[in-house]
Ligand binder design. Structure first.
Ligand code: ATP
Length: 323
């Protein structure tokens, strides 16, 4: 797909710092359910930020508050320098939202629905811009088609075109690739990167951890209404990722010999596997010493492999740790 050019995505207010600033945000629904507790979050201008969390963690609630769809109970949110409650209109024009649900008027044409979305923000008609958005999203040939005749993937792209029609600087994508096939998912990723490269800040929520691993510059994890971690993706994987050395033994061990007690070892596969967990970042992994000791103990192995924990492992550990 061709890169999307959002030339109008000029920063305003607070240019060097955060493009979204969330402070002390809380939400208690009318039912009394507390969906968000004291959330602090800074989104940096120009980044792709992935918000991860199990079902019901509060992701949609958080996005909906920032986009002005749900009222916060406590706290302050600034979007590109504008308070989302006191300065709602200015804040809202900076934001594009691609919601989870595909909701467009089935009988309208692609062109009309995107044009209408721009009009909702009180922006003057700009056919050249709409044309460019549709071309960039490979929707130009379908501009006169009724939405109901489009494939699911195309409908999703129409939702993105609508969200971009008023030239936002911040784009929220709520589960952008849910139920989308692998090829289209890759297309979406490419498109999102192109948008980011043109200066649009992207915040996405996803259930696909590989999506966050592939796309995000930073990752935030939300669980039970609380942000439990925000970190650069590479730092996160570096810091929390474990590495393991797995040795396939010639003969099974019934128990770990006392001589090996100084190492973080476990037996698996009925004693045929010796698993050593170590810190890949430390100068001294301990592998050389362990192998020497195994030799001294007469423990032979026929194969060895290493494995590194994925973002998924890290995520599961994090969420379980707080459960
Ligand atoms: N209008 C509402 N009234 C009462 N409770 C609500 C309302 N909307 C959401 N909730 C509750 O708030 C919690 C957070 O919901 P939210 O949709 O923000 O989670 P989520 O992280 O987006 O989940 P999912 O991954 O399933 O989309 C859930 O327990 C949900 O049932």
């Amino acid at each position: 797909m061709k890169p999307l050019d959002n030339r109008h995505a000029q920063p305003s207010g607070n240019p060097a710092g955060s493009v979204i600033s969330v402070t002390g945000l809380g939400k208690t629904y009318a039912s009394g359910f507390q969906a968000l507790r004291n959330v602090d979050l800074e989104i940096r201008r120009g980044e792709i930020f992935a918000l991860l969390g199990p079902n019901g963690a509060g992701k949609t609630t958080l996005i909906s508050i920032i986009c002005g769809i749900v009222n916060p109970s406590t706290g302050v949110v600034l979007a590109d320098g504008h308070d989302i409650v006191r300065d709602y209109r200015a804040a809202r024009t900076k934001i594009g939202l691609v919601p989870q649900e595909l909701s467009t008027d089935a009988f309208e044409s692609v062109w009309d629905t995107v044009k209408f979305s721009r009009g909702l923000f009180g922006k003057a008609a700009n056919p050249a811009l709409i044309e460019k958005i549709l071309k960039d999203l490979s929707l130009w040939e379908k501009k006169d088609s009724k939405i109901m005749t489009l494939s699911g993937g195309m409908k999703r792209r129409v939702m993105i075109a609508k969200a971009l029609s008023h030239e936002p600087t911040i784009l929220f994508l709520d589960e952008p690739t849910a139920g989308v096939d692998v090829e289209l998912r890759r297309d979406m990723w490419e498109m999102v990167r192109a948008l980011r490269d043109n200066g649009v800040t992207i915040i996405l929520t996803t259930h696909y951890i590989e999506e966050a691993e592939e796309m995000a510059d930073r990752i935030g994890v939300i669980n039970k209404g609380e942000i439990i971690l925000v970190e650069d993706k590479t730092v996160l994987m570096h810091k929390l990722g474990r590495k393991q050395l797995i040795l396939q033994l010639q003969n099974p061990l019934m128990a770990l010999p006392a001589a090996l007690s100084g190492y973080d070892l476990a037996l698996a596969e009925g004693g045929f596997q010796l698993v050593y967990t170590f810190d890949a970042q430390s100068e001294e992994t301990g592998i050389a010493g362990l192998l020497r000791l195994l030799g001294e103990q007469g423990i032979d192995f026929k194969d060895l492999q290493t494995s590194q924990s994925s973002l998924e492992d890290i995520f599961v550990d994090l969420v379980r740790g707080r459960a």
